[in-house]
Design a protein around this ligand. Structure first.
Ligand code: JB2
Length: 213
């Protein structure tokens, strides 16, 4: 039987399943590496076994259902060619995505999220509930834009950026690869790669400055 298999079986996987139901997709169930989940049922769908055995279930498509950016990336890399061409997007019917937006493979866009014209969304990105991404933004692969985030026009996120719930960024700011923006932070300056920026305005520890102290 052909249908979609969801990778992961936690909270985010259930949200993905709900979107796929609304899209009218046939969903086979979940695969997950936690053996204690196997044989259990979530939203009426079974956890079928481990991720690396996904081909045993003959899926017609795969959607990534794990929230952690680094874990999503490592699984996509691990499955590599075996999963190439199988990744599908899950876009809630009440999300608003402008016609000119370029969506990467495996994008997951939740209810009431908005992505405005000419934004470019990378692979396996999550735009979570009620988040807004204004015009001309660039969202790198494996980013997670958490619920209620607002990114103003021309914001650029590198790969793997996590923007925490309710954070915002003024127009045109650049947030570096694998940076973390804390919940409720307000980004008014560019943020380097790999730092954690928190507060209003968002600030981060400069490792170089620390070494010189
Ligand atoms: O290192 C890992 C790993 N860590 C967790 N490798 C592999 N292969 N799998 C991993 N997992 C799996 O991800 C767990 O077995 C579990 O199925 C899933 C994590 O489930 P959890 O409910 O803890 O988180 P989530 O990813 O479903 O949801 C997170 O992200 C969402 C976007 C939460 O923070 C949610 O609150 C959030 N909405």
């Amino acid at each position: 039987m052909s249908g979609i298999l969801i990778i992961g079986a936690g909270g985010h996987a259930k949200v993905v399943a709900d979107i796929l139901f609304l899209q009218g997709e046939t969903v086979l169930g979940y695969v997950d590496d936690d053996p204690s989940s196997w044989g259990t049922v979530r939203l009426g769908l079974p956890v079928l076994g481990k991720i690396d055995d996904f081909e045993q279930h003959s899926p017609g498509g795969l959607v990534m259902g794990i929230g952690d950016n680094a874990v999503r990336r490592s699984i996509v890399m691990r499955l590599g060619e075996r999963a190439a061409g199988m990744w599908r997007s899950a876009i809630h019917p009440r999300a608003t995505v402008a016609a000119s937006v370029q969506l990467g493979v495996g994008a997951v866009i939740l209810a009431h999220a908005v992505v405005n014209p000419d934004s470019i969304i990378g692979d396996h990105v999550i735009i979570n509930t009620g988040a807004t991404v204004d015009h001309d933004c660039r969202i790198g692969s494996f980013c997670h834009v958490a619920p209620g985030v607002h990114l103003a026009g021309g914001t650029k996120l590198g790969e793997g950026v996590f923007v925490g719930v309710g954070a915002s960024a003024i127009p045109g700011r650049v947030i570096g690869h694998w940076a973390i923006v804390g919940a409720g932070a307000v980004v008014i300056n560019n943020i380097p790669d790999h730092v954690t920026a928190i507060g209003i305005p968002a600030r981060w520890d400069d490792p170089q400055a620390k070494r010189n102290r």
